[in-house]
Design a protein around this ligand. Structure first.
Ligand SMILES: [Zn+2]
Length: 398
């Protein structure tokens, strides 16, 4: 089992719902078209902001066979427990499918569970650190964007909202000061325009986050939609200028971080050279008798320790610098998404997730003033990051 798992072979007897064993090679999974389409649609529902219970209801209404009923109808033996209702989808089944986003992206995940003992059939879950993942082992059913939405939905599930619905921004909003995730709150009476996102760090207490970072959902939607429209129309009508702008900004952004690291590195390197000279002098002094053996030993040990420390740090810095230098904006991906949309009449979860990677909310300055209230919102677009030229502020009253 261990050898097979570490070699990237599938350890489960059955392929996950949506896949089947390749008739030509039982070690290989291929999509089971009918079931794969259902899995794909579940992914799209997630992108539209629906939670597991709502998705289950939709599938029940559409009279889609549950995995167990589907296998039965095809005469495929399976270990999924049968239910009376062939359309009886429930939130656990949907959540189970969502939790396999890695498999639906085309990766193999081994050692998720272990048997308690040889005798017992009971399985225990292994921590994620013990999983072994093999990438691109089979055809994906979900796109990266879908998998990302699913992952984020599962990560932010610990706080379901009262109506059981997840807001479309859930899992992608962060506090500028404490870095915590923002979650959606509903006001009493379920007034849609009173829904807001608030920093989870602030809720934990003042020592985690001092000021309430929050923003109303309707305002956020408006801001993002406006910003997206501006950028998309600019990118479409001035493609070359847009590419140039993103590239320049990317270089500037990266140089900011690089300058600091390069300075630290050159300081470290200078000291390493200095220490070499000091060593040489110590040695000469010791030979000529100016320095006792004992003293020489003590000093050289100290300097050596310092130099070893510096060398380790320099190596780490060099690696970090190389990494930043190697990364560059993926403006092509962004433009290919831009070309898919001639017009963005409204912000849908799908559009949001295709374009936006994350949103960082700053605390409002002068929050109670009608005139001076200003709140900065950083929108990180997928593949290109923040666009300074299109920076967003909200100066509306709360
Ligand atoms: Zn915070």
């Amino acid at each position: 089992m261990k050898v097979k798992g570490n070699a990237g072979e599938h350890l489960t007897t059955n392929a996950p719902y949506g896949y089947m064993k390749d008739p030509d090679n039982s070690k290989h999974w291929i999509p089971d078209r009918e079931a794969a389409d259902v899995v794909y649609e579940i992914g799209l529902y997630v992108m539209d902001g629906f939670g597991p219970s709502q998705i289950a209801r939709k599938l029940r209404e559409r009279k889609i066979l549950t995995p167990a009923a589907y296998y039965e109808s095809k005469g495929i033996p399976c270990n999924v427990k049968k239910q009376g209702d062939p359309y009886g989808w429930d939130n656990t089944t949907i959540a189970g499918i969502m939790d396999r986003w890695r498999e639906y992206l085309g990766h193999t995940v081994n050692f998720k569970t272990t048997k308690k003992s040889y005798k017992s059939k009971k399985k225990i879950k292994n921590p994620e650190s013990e999983w072994v993942i093999f990438e691109n082992t089979h055809e994906p059913i979900w796109t990266e964007a879908i998998a990302e939405a699913v992952k984020q939905a599962r990560q932010s599930r610990r706080r379901p909202t009262k109506m059981g619905e997840m807001g479309m921004f859930s899992g992608m909003m962060y506090c500028a000061d404490c870095g915590s995730i923002l979650y959606q709150c509903r006001a009493t009476g379920f007034r849609k325009d009173q829904e807001y996102y608030i920093c989870s760090g602030y809720r934990k207490g003042k020592q985690v986050c001092g000021t309430p970072h929050s923003i109303r959902t309707v305002i956020l939607e408006k801001l993002i939609l406006q910003n997206l429209r501006e950028i998309v129309s600019f990118a479409r009508s001035h493609e070359n200028r847009f590419v140039q702008m993103v590239m320049d900004m990317d270089v500037k952004e990266r140089n900011k971080g690089l300058a600091k690291k390069r300075k630290l590195l050159s300081e470290g390197e200078k000291r390493i050279t200095e220490l070499d000279i000091i060593f040489k002098r110590l040695y000469e002094d010791n030979i000529s008798g100016k320095l006792t053996d004992e003293r020489f030993h003590k000093l050289s040990t100290d300097y050596e320790a310092e130099q070893t420390g510096l060398q380790t740090r320099a190596a780490i810095l060099r690696e970090e610098i190389e990494e930043v230098e190697g990364k560059s904006a993926n403006v092509d991906r962004f433009l290919s998404v831009v070309r898919q949309y001639t017009d963005i009449p409204e912000l849908t979860p799908r559009i949001l997730h295709e374009f936006v990677e994350k949103i960082v909310i700053h605390a409002a300055t002068d929050p109670h003033s009608k005139i001076n209230r200003r709140q900065e919102v950083d929108i990180y677009y997928k593949g290109i990051g923040i666009l300074e030229m299109f920076k967003v502020f909200d100066s509306r009253q709360k």
